[in-house]
Write a protein that binds this ligand. Sequence first.
Ligand code: GUN
Length: 281
Amino acid sequence: MATIIDGKKTALEIRNDLKEKIARLKIFPKLAVVLAGDDEASKIYVKNKQKAAFEVGIETILYTFDNVVTQGQLETLIDDLNNDADVNGILIHLPLPKHINAQKLLNKVCPLKDVDGFHPFNIGLLQNGDINATIAATPKGVLRLIKQTKIDLVGKNALVIGRSNIVGKPMSMLLLNENCTVTIAHSKTSDLRSLCQNADIVVSATGCPRLVKADWLKKGAVVIDVGICRDESGKLCGDVDFDKALEVASYITPVPGGVGPMTIAMLLENVVDAYLKQHQQ
Ligand code: GUN
């Protein structure tokens, strides 16, 4: 039976450490959150992030806009936040309304305040393996969980399923920087099963309920499930057929309680790091 990786516990430890660090250093980090449109899931995500930030001592300031917000309004806000020395981090919650050019907006965020790690500057640093890169919260959290297993990553076959800018692409680069042999699979991949069978580490981020079958997995694989979906009966589940995969994997993350809590903890860590970088002498 696999060991279940308790992301909730690890995330809580990280948040407690951050709370202690913020108090010890007597700092007051501030995060600006931009929420545009009326996506209900985004509103819940943002509320959870604000609550977690408050608990560790990070102030958040929320800017909400309805669906008819213009590109110009959002760009003006980003300019103002970039110029506000009291704001240490800027989070533009995705998805944005369809008429907004999200990448153009993300590109405007000052890289030092880019706590999401979505700015091309930070993506470039990550590609270079530069320790100064701000890494997107979800892949950063996944790597932390993988490292917690203490398995040796060097030379391992890692399969990343999903090629999004938020998870799949930065995840594959992080694993490459750890000397894994990385394969990126996506919706057009022809034989996912055989790629899985060859993978020592599988990170799945597709949002397709139970896409990854237990009999696709190599015995002893480390399986990280980034998906959060509902199956046909409405039950919350991940990308992996968890109950059966438990019998094949060596380590596996549950949904919920695996990667999700780590995303929030890593965001908070990025805000504190951004504050410290901005106050470096
Ligand atoms: N929407 C869902 N997850 C995220 C995230 O990590 N960052 C941002 N900015 N938007 C999101």
